[in-house]
Write a protein that binds this ligand. Structure first.
Ligand SMILES: [Fe+2]
Length: 371
């Protein structure tokens, strides 16, 4: 699906032009708490006086949004009588906006998620973190009665994406590091996913290159570095939109809920072991996939990391994670069975070599430093 990129080199002119060109009278804004600190706020707050475009704002949702928030957002969207949605925020704001686009035309019940009907609305997304790549995927996550639900539909993919380097530049350093790791894990896992294709590999390749290239500039908050990282996260999102994520993401969710560590950090702690593990098991890879394509993809992955072998690339990945020096989770031995029982079986199947229960347990023990 085609997605047009809008840049902010000249403020928000590109956004103004887009809205004027389409004769937009009302804009439905979905944003999170960070909005009031962003530069775009002024441009949006003055849309009515500058261009006669009314803005209806919806921000009544929490991180990991629940379905009840979507029901409220959809009602506000119908009342606004528009077909233009602007999402500004992290993954949660973008997920709510995706759901408004999918379900926003009909009255919804707080008790069930219907089949997506589509609203025909246009969606512009401005990610404020460079990590999730949510603005590039057909997936939206919402919680129904506390249970995580994934909605999958091509209409989730925003038509326009606005890259504003000032947004990730202003994030706390630990959040910048964790979201960057999320993007790097998306790109890396996409390479070895059993669903990888030439197209996904091309996106993932560029994403890895851009992350390695722009790491320092992004962490220092330069405009070039932050734009590069926003592009990288978007490309990594495009890659997993095709391949989905694999074992690293299958294993990481309970690490975030149990120990309160950021999602990208948790995924990286898993991939930090999985990458060298896979690189050292080419025989098992060949046995599981006698065709050459996946082995070839591992060689391409090595090249993306600027290395000649998958083992060297894995070592580079480990160094990349370790140099960020994020605090390790504190765990107790009784956490291990909880973690082992939490692995997402469906995602695990995207990993190219079957992982035995004991191997997963050994990895969790190593991640948590429990012998
Ligand atoms: Fe992720």
């Amino acid at each position: 699906m085609k997605q047009t990129v809008l840049l902010t080199e000249r403020g928000y002119d590109a956004l103004d032009r887009l809205l004027l060109m389409h004769g937009v009278k009302t804009l439905f804004l979905v944003c999170d708490g960070s909005f009031r600190f962003l530069k775009i706020r002024e441009a949006v707050d003055t849309l009515e006086e500058r261009l006669g475009i009314r803005v209806v704002r919806f921000d009544r949702f929490t991180p990991n949004p629940d379905w009840v928030s979507v029901v409220k957002a959809a009602a506000a969207f119908r009342e606004a009588q528009t077909d233009w949605i602007l999402a500004v925020g992290g993954g949660s704001a973008i997920d709510v906006a995706k759901c408004v686009r999918l379900f926003g035309r009909s009255a919804l019940s707080p008790g069930e998620i219907p089949h997506p009907a589509g609203s025909g609305a246009h969606l512009i997304a401005m990610p404020t973190t460079a990590g999730t790549g949510s603005e590039a995927t057909r997936f939206a996550v919402v919680y129904l009665d506390g249970v995580k639900q994934s909605v999958t539909d091509d209409a989730c993919i925003p038509d326009f994406v606005l890259f504003d380097p000032g947004a990730p530049a202003s994030l706390p350093l630990c959040q910048k590091k964790a979201t960057m790791l999320d993007a790097l894990c998306h790109a890396t896992e996409s390479f070895w996913s059993v669903h990888s294709t030439e197209e996904s590999e091309a996106y993932a390749w560029q994403a890895v290159r851009l992350i390695l290239l722009h790491r320092d500039g992004y962490l220092a908050g330069t405009e070039e570095g932050c734009t590069g990282m926003l592009r990288a996260a978007n490309l990594a999102g495009k890659a997993i939109n095709i391949t989905q994520t694999t074992a690293g993401h299958a294993m990481c969710y309970k690490l975030t809920t149990l120990f309160g560590i950021a999602h990208g950090h948790a995924a990286a702690l898993c991939d930090r072991l999985l990458f060298p593990w896979l690189a050292a098991r080419t025989e098992r890879l060949t046995a599981a996939h006698p065709e050459a394509s996946l082995r070839q993809r591992l060689s391409e992955l090595a090249a993306a990391y600027g290395c000649t072998t998958p083992g060297e690339a894995a070592a580079r990945f480990v160094r990349f994670v370790d140099e960020l020096d994020l605090p390790a989770p504190k765990a107790a031995p009784e956490d291990i069975p909880l973690l082992c029982g939490s692995v997402n079986v469906e995602r695990l199947r995207n990993f190219p070599v079957p992982l035995a229960k004991e191997e997963i347990e050994a990895m969790y023990r190593e991640i948590l430093g429990i012998g």
